[in-house]
Ligand binder design. Structure first.
Ligand code: GLU
Length: 412
């Protein structure tokens, strides 16, 4: 018999890895702490401060004694705020029991999959996709079925590809618009086509992750699938939260809205695992969703400017092919030209993970490889950082790539 050690870990936990976005931002932080001037374009979080009125609401809640357990799936205050938000922004009416509040969207997604997936159940995920979907699905015992989208189609989902991927084992279809990592925003007509496929499969659930809802640019509008296909309401779980729109990543509040049979089961999961999300963060999130919304257009405008600042700098590099995202705050750049190239140190870049490593070591810019989003060879750059650092980071990337030697010997 062997002693204690990693051999004791469960098969389930061995099937997952560290979140690549979090791992890379921690690595950048460690390098910064050791004195290297690393600029992080890795983790997706806005650099704006949480607005003071939200912080004041948290302070007032704590002082007034709102410091105890709440209902597992959120207290009445935050649930009412979610109801008001869904009505105001999406024209959707939900009752309080149909709302599920947890510690960030990640936990909402985890609770939903834990509540519904049996071994062998399939979840259709369009790729590239956010780093944690696949691991959360597998951790919950399900199987992620990956359906690739293409840069040539603006990374839009395809209704026929969805139809082809559905099997008798399909339990969920996961939609994410605006998309992380591509920034693609699913247009209304495409949502109609997706809804038509779903109509053919009444036993399939739909998770619509809309966390980047408010971060859309150039007049592009976010449309929720339920606005186009209200007939799907009894099997759609909307997932959203305050992290991105209100710059509250550290407060950890996300919510789901869905049929009560599902939210009730999710509340059971939550009650046995986390208890509830933080009461004070719930009060802050309630204020974010119902208080002054003036920051949203300002931030949207600033992020548009940053996207338009980053794009032309990166576009100068022949080593990159960069998309123009309509939403979220990422550029998902193709690095096909870099594969096989030689670094000044003599290393041959074999994949996008090696490209990311090279950008970190040579350029001192932290990014995330496409491998983490299930589509290579790409690199994700977050442009949610201040203008000056952003311009500097993009220039560093271009300069570092300029030092590469193309596989054939000359430049690209
Ligand atoms: N969703 C963000 C990202 O993709 C935050 C970090 C995470 O949870 O992955 O970077």
């Amino acid at each position: 018999m062997t002693g204690a050690g990693p051999g004791l870990l469960s098969d389930r936990v061995r099937s997952i890895g560290t979140s690549a976005t979090i791992a890379m931002s921690q690595r950048a932080a460690a390098m910064r702490a050791s004195g290297v001037d690393v600029i992080s374009m890795a983790v997706g979080e806005p650099d704006f401060e949480t607005p003071p009125h939200i912080i004041e609401a948290a302070h007032a809640a704590a002082l007034s004694g709102f410091t105890r357990y709440t209902a597992a799936d959120g207290g009445p205050g935050v649930k009412q705020a979610v109801q008001r938000k869904l009505l105001r922004d999406n024209g959707l009416t939900y009752t309080a029991p149909e709302i599920h509040v947890a510690s960030g969207c990640k936990q909402v997604i985890q609770n939903a999959f834990a509540a519904t997936l049996n071994p062998g159940d399939e979840v259709i995920v369009f790729t590239p996709c956010w780093v944690s979907y696949i691991d959360i699905i597998e951790f919950a015992g399900g199987t992620a079925v990956l359906v690739p989208t293409g840069a040539q189609d603006g990374f839009q989902v395809d209704a026929q590809a969805l139809r082809d991927a559905i099997t008798p084992r399909t339990k969920w279809v996961l939609l994410n618009s605006p998309n992380n990592p591509t920034g693609a925003v699913c247009p209304a007509l495409l949502l109609d086509a997706i809804a038509a496929v779903l109509q053919e499969h009444p036993g399939v659930l739909v998770m619509a992750d809309e966390i980047y809802e408010h971060l859309v640019y150039d007049g592009v509008e976010h449309v929720s699938i339920l606005q186009r296909a209200p007939q799907l309401r009894d099997r759609v779980l909307l997932v959203n939260g305050v992290s991105k729109s209100y710059s509250m990543t550290g407060w950890r509040i996300g919510f789901g809205a869905g049929p009560q049979w599902l939210t009730a089961a999710m509340a059971n999961v939550q009650s046995q695992t986390a208890g509830s999300s933080c009461s004070i963060a719930q009060a802050a999130a309630a204020e974010a969703m119902t208080g002054d919304q003036a920051n949203l257009p300002l931030w949207r405008e600033r992020l548009t400017r940053r996207r338009d600042l980053a794009l032309p700098i990166l576009a100068r590099s022949r080593w990159l092919s960069v998309n123009r995202p309509d939403g979220a705050f990422y550029l998902y750049a193709g690095v096909h030209a870099c594969i096989g190239a030689r670094t000044p140190q003599g290393t041959v870049l074999q994949d996008d993970t090696a490209v990311v490593e090279y950008l970190l070591v040579q350029g001192h810019v932290a990014t995330v490889p496409g491998e983490a989003f299930a589509m290579s060879p790409f690199v994700r750059f977050s442009f949610a950082l201040d203008d000056e650092r952003l311009a500097q980071a993009c220039q560093r990337i271009v300069d570092a790539l300029d030092k590469l030697q193309a596989p054939t010997g000359g430049g690209v």
